[in-house]
Design a binder for this molecule. Structure first.
Ligand code: ZN
Length: 165
């Protein structure tokens, strides 16, 4: 047996996590599902979590506190804006938390997040739903292995031979 591999750039990592906010509310968890897989060093996950996973190895459990600037950013802009439902694809059922590519006042591309759907009006915001939040990840590392050249070329992991675009 060789020593367990440590997480570093060019490794594919699978981990279980429970994400809580600063009040201890659970926001998301992989419990009961497949672990989350990512390619380390390819910005697949928020920077603060990726940084704190560095050097860990299989079986490690730890908590990672991640401030907004290393997660989804500080809150910016003027708050939610109401726009017509007609501006969104007809065949998509809109729901809070969905993101769309939009166009800013200067014609530049931006991402908008749906906050609420109220009849023919949709409330959108430029902030990710988790922007401005201090996040806490309870992490358990499940696997660590060297990435294949194809994974490094693509910038993401290929798990269980799953096809992807
Ligand atoms: Zn790929």
């Amino acid at each position: 047996m060789s020593d367990p591999m440590n997480i570093s750039d060019g490794t594919v990592v699978e981990f279980h996590y429970t994400l809580t906010d600063q009040d201890g509310e659970t926001l998301d968890t992989s419990t009961g599902q497949e672990p989350l897989a990512y390619l380390h060093g390819a910005s697949n996950i928020v920077p603060g979590l990726e940084r704190q996973l560095t050097g860990h190895s299989i079986g490690d459990r730890f908590e990672a506190a991640v401030p907004p600037e290393e997660a989804y950013g500080e809150l910016t802009g003027e708050g939610p804006q109401a726009v017509p439902r007609a501006g969104f694809p007809e065949d998509v059922e809109l729901a809070p938390g969905m993101s769309f590519q939009g166009q800013g006042d200067d014609g530049e591309t931006c991402v908008v997040w749906i906050v609420a759907v109220e009849g023919e009006q949709v409330l959108i915001d430029l902030n990710h739903p988790l922007a401005g939040m201090h996040l806490n990840f309870d992490v358990e590392v499940v696997t660590v292995r060297a990435a294949t050249q194809e994974e490094i070329d693509h910038g993401h992991p290929h798990i269980h031979g799953q096809p992807h675009p």
